[in-house]
Design a protein around this ligand. Structure first.
Ligand SMILES: Nc1ncnc2c1ncn2[C@@H]1O[C@H](COP(=O)(O)OP(=O)(O)O)[C@@H](O)[C@H]1O
Ligand code: SF4
Ligand SMILES: [Mg+2]
Length: 333
């Protein structure tokens, strides 16, 4: 059976004055019904661009999807017309956007904005849409939904606004929800509530969920599987247990060590110094080599191949044995 969503070898580039920015380069990940995939990596690694590619919302120019497949139940979204794609957005795939471009409009009430989605995608009448909008505000745990329906976004707290955005993404009962940094701007307590809500809705509605975050702590809360993205590539991929208990890639190990309550022991291996290079300027070999303590000449010149660690765990690094030996040494010390 075809996967619910199967992203294969996706390449999304931006043709800028400074050269070609290979923002997403040969990226593959998938999500099935009832599954939650966490896509994690620092800012600038290509997470949002990969999600916007799934929605075919990459600004062109300067952006272009130059390779790969995005299969929704086996159907390649890169091969369908714009009109067919408009039906898919909202109806099949709901997205909570990191950037407010498609988020709440300050001049319309929350109710109107949800209704608009319903009228556009489900051809409901105004009265039916109103009823459904209130229902969906209720679904995401907004108290007094009839009243909130008439309120403008600025009248709501950050957490409530995020709930409205989730309800817009879910208004048409999509099979897939993509949540791009859904809790980043919120304080810790509200962040936990939003993640709990996404978890609850995922279980109740049986959707496939992709959660994008720069914070592995968020992944631990919600995901079953994790794709670690660094500088346009997936560097490690596996179930959440494998990634947390047995991380293999130096980048994943570095990310994990930055979660305060997981990493009780700071080590030389654990800090990731430096920053993500800009995508017009990635090294020829492993993109992590500018920051990796293990990097040698091969790393600089040859792109690492993906190694199967187990049936549900892969990592792309030339020096897995050496990294593993060092990690064991440190964790047993
Ligand atoms: N419209 C654009 N033009 C040029 N570069 C872009 C554009 N949008 C994104 N990028 C670049 O693509 C890279 C990946 O961005 P993004 O996917 O937003 O990262 P993340 O979501 O992981 O923080 C960044 O280096 C960003 O500057
Ligand atoms: S391939 Fe080399 S540079 Fe890249 S993560 Fe592995 S050891 Fe570090
Ligand atoms: Mg982003």
């Amino acid at each position: 059976m075809a996967k619910l969503l199967d992203v294969k070898n996706l390449k999304t580039y931006f043709y800028t004055d400074d050269g070609v920015a290979t923002a997403v380069d040969d990226v593959s990940y998938d999500v099935d019904k009832g599954d939650t995939l966490g896509l994690v990596g620092e800012s600038g690694c290509g997470k949002s661009v990969s999600a916007l590619s799934i929605m075919r919302l990459i600004p062109d120019p300067p952006g272009k999807i130059v390779g790969g497949e995005i299969l929704l139940k086996g159907r390649d979204l890169l091969k369908i017309s714009e009109k067919e794609m408009r039906d898919i957005r909202g109806n099949d795939i709901g997205m909570i956007f990191q950037e407010p471009m498609t988020s709440l409009n300050p001049v319309f009430t929350c109710g109107n904005q949800i209704e608009e989605v319903l009228i556009l995608h489900q051809k409901l009448t105004k009265a039916e849409a109103k009823e459904k909008a209130i229902e969906s505000l209720n679904l995401v745990g907004i108290p007094a939904p009839e009243q909130r329906y008439h309120e403008y976004p600025h009248q709501l707290s950050g957490g409530m606004r995020q709930r409205v955005m989730i309800s817009m993404a879910l208004a048409c009962n999509p099979e897939i929800l993509i949540a791009d940094e859904p809790s980043t701007a919120l304080d810790v307590t509200v962040q936990a509530q939003i993640l709990e809500l996404i978890n609850k809705l995922q279980q109740e509605l049986g959707m496939g969920v992709i959660i994008i975050t720069h914070d592995l702590g968020v992944i631990a809360e919600v995901s079953k599987r994790v794709a670690v993205m660094y500088a346009s590539k997936i560097v490690e991929y596996g179930d959440v247990y494998a990634i947390f208990e047995n991380p293999k890639h130096p980048y994943t190990i570095g990310l994990l060590s930055s979660i305060p309550n997981i990493n009780k022991r700071k080590s030389r291996l654990s800090t990731i110094e430096g920053s993500v290079p800009f995508p017009t300027n990635f090294p020829a070999g492993c993109h992590f080599c500018t920051r990796c303590k293990f990097a040698d000449e091969k790393c600089w010149n040859e792109e690492p191949i993906v190694v199967n660690i187990s049936s549900n765990h892969t990592a792309a690094c030339w020096k897995l044995d050496e990294v593993e030996a060092k990690r064991k040494l440190i964790t047993s010390a």
